[in-house]
Design a protein around this ligand. Structure first.
Ligand code: NAD
Length: 293
């Protein structure tokens, strides 16, 4: 049976490490990291995500600033708030909760965030630097950064290994593939147009699945002993659950855990790592801006 990669436990450990670092910085230079979150509209799921991020910040000692704008706000209004946070020295990270209302152009808004405060790592300049050899971005997007952190903390060797990323979204698949390549893996990307994906995944020592299709990756897609990181979060009907559904990943856990060497569960794998990496990016930013080592 595969070793379980316990993201919940690792995320807790990382949050504790961050809290210690924040206390050290506060004691030394009297500054605490600040994270500004801009929420436009009243989507319930986005409100929950923002509330969770705020709670996580408070728990480690990061000061959070929140702006809630009505659904019919203009792009200019959002950008005005971003500009004000860009020049506010108590704010070290700025996050615009996605998705934005349809009448807004995501690109105009994300491009307005200073690349030095882009803790989501979605600014094209940060993604560009991630893609270039010999350059480093100011920030790495949180979910793929969390995947890499899990591989590192569980001692999975990456250098020289074959890795396959399933999915090529801007927020997970594409940056995950760039990170694996930066860590010297040989990387293939499988996507919705790939023919016979299982032939490619079967060669992989490391698989990162970020698709959004429940149980897509079956046991026979996996090379014995491979490390499997499952990013997918998919609700499936479950009449035994009080909610009427349960969450499963993109990987069929029951089958894969019999073949793989190590695997993340869903929930409790990558999910908790995403917020931990947001806190880590915010701390890193506050240290960099204040030249605190
Ligand atoms: P997305 O819809 O933006 O991208 C999905 C990608 O999968 C696309 O690149 C597409 O080409 C590929 N794809 C679709 N069908 C495929 C198929 N049959 N075979 C191979 N590839 C296929 O999704 P996303 O935002 O990258 O999210 C992916 C999953 O990860 C979702 O389940 C989402 O809920 C989850 N997610 C989890 C976290 C977390 O914190 N754990 C964060 C972000 C996303």
């Amino acid at each position: 049976m595969a070793k379980v990669i316990d993201g919940k436990m690792v995320a807790k450990q990382i949050r504790e490490e961050i809290a210690v670092e924040i206390t050290r910085m506060k004691d030394a230079i009297g500054i605490v990291p600040g994270l500004a979150v801009i929420l436009v509209g009243s989507r319930k799921d986005s409100q929950t995500y923002v509330r969770n991020k705020k709670k996580a910040c408070e728990a480690v000692g990061i000061k959070s600033y929140e702006v809630n704008l009505p659904e019919d706000s203009s792009e200019e209004e959002v950008i005005k708030h971003i500009a004000s946070f860009n020049s506010d020295p108590s704010v070290h990270g700025i996050l615009v909760q996605l998705p934005l209302p349809r009448h807004m152009n995501d690109e105009n808004i994300l491009n307005a965030v200073s690349i030095e405060k882009d803790v989501d790592g979605f600014h094209p300049l940060n993604i560009g630097r991630l893609a270039m050899q010999g350059r480093d971005p100011f920030f790495v997007p949180c979910t793929p950064k969390g995947c890499m952190e899990l591989l590192h903390r569980y001692g999975v060797e990456i250098k020289g290994k074959r890795a396959v990323v399933i999915g090529r979204s801007n927020i997970v698949g594409m940056p995950a593939a760039l990170l694996l390549q930066k860590a010297n893996a040989t990387v293939s990307i499988v996507h919705s147009q790939t023919k016979n994906p299982e032939e490619i995944t079967r060669q992989a020592d490391i698989v990162i699945a970020a698709v959004g299709v429940a149980n897509l990756v079956r046991g026979n897609w996996i090379k014995p002993g491979a490390a499997i990181i499952d990013v997918g979060i998919n609700p499936v009907d479950d009449l035994d659950s009080p909610r009427g559904y349960r969450l499963v990943g993109d990987v069929c856990y029951e089958e894969a855990s019999k073949v793989a060497g190590a695997i993340t569960p869903v929930p409790g794998g990558v999910g908790p790592m995403t917020i931990a990496m947001l806190l880590s990016n915010t701390l890193e930013s506050a240290k960099r801006i204040n030249k605190f080592k």
